[in-house]
Write a protein that binds this ligand. Structure first.
Ligand SMILES: Cc1cc2nc3c(=O)[nH]c(=O)nc-3n(C[C@H](O)[C@H](O)[C@H](O)COP(=O)(O)OP(=O)(O)OC[C@H]3O[C@@H](n4cnc5c(N)ncnc54)[C@H](O)[C@@H]3O)c2cc1C
Length: 416
């Protein structure tokens, strides 16, 4: 089938928005219209609240929403991770039950993957799911779960079979977090925020209908979610919403609530944008050592932006993902660390003061204690090195003590 042209998509979405966008509707009413029209999620299938457009057209549609200042669908883990995973691997029953409330923003989601004993080695997870009639009973502990304190549902991985190798006994669930037996406890970070949580699960229940994919086959589904995680950063974009009206006010309220765990994310990337401004403000721009560090940092940031652009273009052309994802992830860590060091060089002891007394109202101090997060989230630097070594450079695989063994027999350092 031939693809629609950019011009025809632009005209169609523009005409639809001009006829339907009404900021005086409630946010829910507006998003119901988006769900019915498919313009809120234009790359989703037509049968499931989308228009079946190619990924390259998403930007075109967004531009038209921006041009009119119209509100889009709810952003976050729901539309960024849960929906694409359910679209690719969920049953029609799950799609019917769960996709529309994601579009309207009625349900928010979190990711319940990591555990105290399994982060990098995610497939070594020990949260258990035991079959009881048409349900599974879940017991275990998750950790590092961003936004779990807001979420109605979690993308949960749990072990359903201990007698097969570790990747083959995991099941993926759409898990209701608001139920007896689930305790969500916030964790305070060294930058003062509490974005993450520990989630304790004791005899909580989930219906067999909420399995995404097949029982014991959750690892492949988890890989699909992790692939979508790379695109998540962009969905927190405000989308250029402007003006006044009920839908806009409710959107701003929703956004402030949903974004609260992520307000420090710009600082974790090092705030490269503030470097030259700070060097000029403080007069440190005249110091040759500072100038040299700034030049190194900006060169690195520019090269990384080009690599990301190359990867984006390759995706647009439909080429399979290359090593750019891991390279980009590693570059972000290097840039964040180099930016923190350069900020410290520029601001000196002022960089240590938080709040209104500190450099840039404490933003620089926040940078120093937030950048380590980039080297951990979404796969640590060491893991990215392993991936590049094995998959891009063809080096021998890392030795493994558990390949092929039933998971029950694999030595573990956590009590079950
Ligand atoms: C900002 C942020 C947000 C997050 N959000 C979520 C979330 O919403 N949901 C969720 O489930 N998780 C989330 N995580 C957790 C994240 O996925 C894990 O922290 C990450 O996968 C690392 O796991 P770990 O913390 O258990 O470290 P470990 O795996 O215990 O690693 C400890 C150290 O050992 C090194 N190491 C481990 N294995 C190897 C190896 N094979 N070779 C060489 N070195 C190795 C690591 O690089 C690291 O330095 C988040 C983390 C961060 C920082």
């Amino acid at each position: 089938m031939s693809q629609p042209s950019e011009e025809s998509v632009r005209e169609e979405v523009r005409a639809w928005l001009e006829a339907h966008w009404n900021p005086e509707l409630s946010l829910r009413e507006w998003r119901e219209l988006l769900a019915d029209s498919g313009w809120g999620c234009p790359t989703w299938p037509e049968s499931w609240f989308g228009r079946g457009l190619p990924v390259a057209m998403e930007g075109v549609v967004r531009q038209e929403f921006r041009r009119l200042g119209a509100v889009g669908v709810a952003s976050g883990v729901g539309s960024g991770l849960a929906a694409p995973t359910i679209l690719e691997h969920g049953s029609d029953e799950l799609k019917r039950a769960l996709l529309r409330p994601i579009v309207t923003g009625e349900h928010s989601w979190c990711q319940l993957f990591s555990e105290p004993g399994s982060g990098s080695d995610l497939a070594g997870l020990t949260t258990r799911a035991e079959r009881d009639g048409n349900e599974f009973v879940i017991n275990g502990q998750k950790v590092w779960n961003t936004s779990a304190h807001h979420a109605k549902y979690g993308l949960l991985l749990a072990r359903t079979n201990w007698d097969v190798p570790k990747h083959r006994g995991i099941t993926y669930f759409a898990f209701e977090t608001e139920q007896p037996g689930v305790t969500v406890r916030p964790l305070k970070q060294m930058n003062g925020y509490a974005s993450f949580n520990e989630v304790f699960i004791n005899d909580a229940r989930v219906s067999i209908a909420n399995v995404i994919g097949e029982v014991d086959q959750g690892w492949g589904v988890a890989l699909a979610t992790l692939a979508h995680e790379r695109r998540l950063a962009g969905i927190f974009d405000e989308g250029g919403v402007q003006g006044e009206g009920r839908a806009i006010d409710e959107f701003r309220e929703e956004r402030a609530h949903l974004m609260e765990p992520y307000v420090w994310y710009p600082q974790r990337y090092g705030r490269v944008d503030l470097i030259v401004k700070r060097a000029k403000q403080t007069g440190r721009i005249a110091d040759p050592v500072v100038r040299q560090e700034i030049a190194k940092l900006l060169s690195l940031a520019r090269a990384a932006a080009w690599t990301a652009e190359r990867a984006k273009q390759a995706r647009r052309l439909g080429r399979p993902p290359g090593p750019e994802g891991s390279i980009g992830k590693l570059c972000s860590s290097h840039i964040a660390r180099a930016a923190a060091e350069t900020h410290a060089l520029i601001s000196g002891a002022d960089a240590l003061l938080s709040g209104g007394d500190g450099a840039e109202d404490g933003i620089i101090a926040e940078v120093l204690v937030s950048v380590p997060g980039v080297s951990i989230a979404g796969g640590t630097d060491e893991l990215q090195h392993n991936i590049l070594g094995e998959r891009a450079l063809g080096l021998p695989r890392e030795p493994s003590v558990d390949t092929g063994k039933p998971f029950r027999e694999v030595p573990r350092n956590v009590a079950e």
